[in-house]
Design a protein around this ligand. Sequence first.
Ligand SMILES: *Cc1c(COP(=O)(O)O)cnc(C)c1O
Length: 395
Amino acid sequence: MKREALRAGLAQLAARHLQRRRRTVTAIESDAGPAVVVDGRRLINFCGNDYLGLNSHPALTTALTRSAAIAGAGSGASHLITGHGLEHERLEAELAQFTGRARALLFSTGYMANLAAITCLAERDGRVVMDRLCHASLIDAARLSGAQLKRFAHADYVAAGVMFERGGTGADLLVSDGVFSMDGDLAPLPQLAQLAAANAACLIVDDAHGLGVMGPTGRGTLEHFQLDSAAVPILVGTLGKAFGCFGAFVAGDEDYIEWLLQTARSYIYTTALPQPVAAAARAALQVAVSEGWRRERVLQLAARLRRGATDAGITLLPSISPIQPVVLGSSARTLAVSEQLFAAGFWVAAIREPTVPKGSARLRITLCAAHSEAQVDALIEALVRALRDTSDAAA
Ligand SMILES: *Cc1c(COP(=O)(O)O)cnc(C)c1O
């Protein structure tokens, strides 16, 4: 792009209230709920993905520093050269066990895990059938795979079925998030599993927001629906959300995982995750299991927010997860409400296009096990005020 075009593009973004702005977090204050310091002010974080409040848990930070003393800060190379260490090996085994699968393969990020899962398993003469609201990394992966990408209306498994009607020649994939990241609802996984089976397609579920949180023991959306690895052969999970760390994995049977290890470019051609991070993730997995109250608590807080908001006349999207969005539609108003909340001490980011479809800008409120009931109630009050104050601004 030419410089003038960039400048015009940036000006356009600003004019349409779509310009993004980073805020620099200078400290976290985990003794006061999920609180962060920004510009010298303490804010209660209501838009992170650390649902279980594990980010600053002493078990994780201790594991991280202990491992750093042994393994160093960086891994020094990719997994297939010299970067694969004991902490990776153990974490993979524990993730396989946690998800009830034969194997798990670690990736540096969920973005890269999704690139691997889809590009390695799709065929050029096959189709990738995907929910319209799937995470951007899944869309990018499908595009990169060279297969035919077909996106169905959100959660509409009947529409998805129609996309399989005319037979392709190559292998087909059916792809969905488990919990949708910007909406908080659960995919109709039982129906999608049936559809995949009926069409000999491989079902891939990205459960970045369900793992650790959904299901009776936090094994995720598959556990919630009681679906096993026969129903969902490929499960993608991340370690940067409920597990409070960083990194990601793909879990599946021996053949699938060995194929990814041998062929995934986003696995082979990148530096391995630092071992201290893997050590912290192992600790997170243990705490998530041993402190099951965290999962129960964050879901109770989500229910409390729903009750309180509904009583106050605020409509939330239907969701039983810790993701509780308020859709306002207009980017300008969403930004104004977010800024007013910020001034009141609450951090709730304004989510706008292209992260969500045009005209559906929203406040994506998320709960964390470390929130107090009083913080949730105070957020509702501040939200009522901010919505009232902005009601005639920018429609
Ligand atoms: C966050 C997210 C990812 C990406 O994971 P990273 O580890 O942050 O790269 C992938 N899929 C979904 C659904 C996500 O929400």
